[in-house]
Design a protein around this ligand. Structure first.
Ligand SMILES: Nc1ncnc2c1ncn2[C@@H]1O[C@H](COP(=O)(O)OP(=O)(O)O)[C@@H](O)[C@H]1O
Ligand SMILES: [Mg+2]
Length: 243
């Protein structure tokens, strides 16, 4: 298993956002993480990527115990996750947004211009891959919602991750862009990149994923291939609030 989440819990005050949650992601798969709003999916992502530290339980990635490691360490081990384009980043160009994540601070100063040029080339290739290379010199804040999603998607690939965590990549995106995102995820998956995707679009989940993990109330209630999950009463119950 590439990723193992083992009896992980995280509470905020009295709210058990993630409660004794266990699941695993096999290398080379596209795994969907689904569940009703408030199920704990985003919190699970934050725990995996190190933005939050679990109260208990362990998380392993590629055989390493990554529990409690800082986000940049976890990223360096090969876990990529999208970050939102904040107001600050909105004033940077699309290309600068691509480079800022990997070449921050001392690293950038130490390694200097040659690395930066190489990174910019990689950034342009990735922007081209997601279809927004023509926007490279525009300020990120001028992008449409869908274009922003594509930028977030491209930027997570800059660190050449082995596992990519995507939180609602299709949310609010028009059907044409959605098709493009799905196609790019498939293409990358064929090169060996593993995906863990939180998504509400059930057609997309059922079409794209090899495995589906269903969360409700912070727990994993079931896990299996899409065909089985689709006909699992517990999943319907969870969405209808019956569990
Ligand atoms: N930073 C936080 N502080 C307090 N409560 C939080 C925080 N983050 C999430 N929660 C709560 O934890 C639960 C799970 O949230 P979340 O992980 O965002 O669910 P999902 O992504 O599945 O919709 C919700 O009840 C939410 O209100
Ligand atoms: Mg969420």
């Amino acid at each position: 298993m590439l990723l193992e989440v083992d009896h992980v819990s995280k509470a905020f005050g009295g709210v058990r956002a993630v409660a004794d949650c266990s699941f695993a992601v096999q290398e080379g798969t596209i795994t969907a993480l689904i569940g009703p709003n408030g199920a704990g999916k985003t919190t699970a992502f934050n725990l995996i990527s190190g933005i939050l530290t679990p109260d208990s339980g362990r998380i392993k990635f590629a055989g390493n115990d990554i529990t409690g490691l800082r986000p940049h360490k976890i990223a360096r081990l090969g876990v990529g996750r999208t970050f939102q384009i904040t107001r600050e980043l909105g004033d940077l160009t699309v290309l600068e947004n691509m480079v800022v994540g990997t070449a921050r601070g001392t690293f950038r100063e130490l390694l200097g211009r040659r690395v930066l040029a190489r990174e910019e080339q990689q950034a342009m290739e990735l922007l081209d891959f997601v279809g927004i290379a023509r926007l490279a010199d525009q300020k990120a804040k001028t992008l449409s919602y869908g274009q922003r999603k594509l930028l977030e998607f491209a930027s997570v690939l800059m660190s050449r991750p082995r596992l990519v965590l995507l939180d609602e990549p299709a949310g609010g995106v028009n059907p044409a862009l959605l098709d493009r995102i799905v196609d790019r995820i498939r293409t990358l998956n064929q090169t060996g990149i593993t995906f863990l995707i939180v998504e509400h679009n059930m057609d997309m989940v059922m079409n794209l994923s090899d495995e589906v993990v269903v969360m409700a109330h912070g727990e994993v209630i079931t896990q299996g291939p899409p065909t089985r999950i689709r006909s699992d009463d517990r999943v319907l119950d969870a969405y209808l609030g019956r569990v």
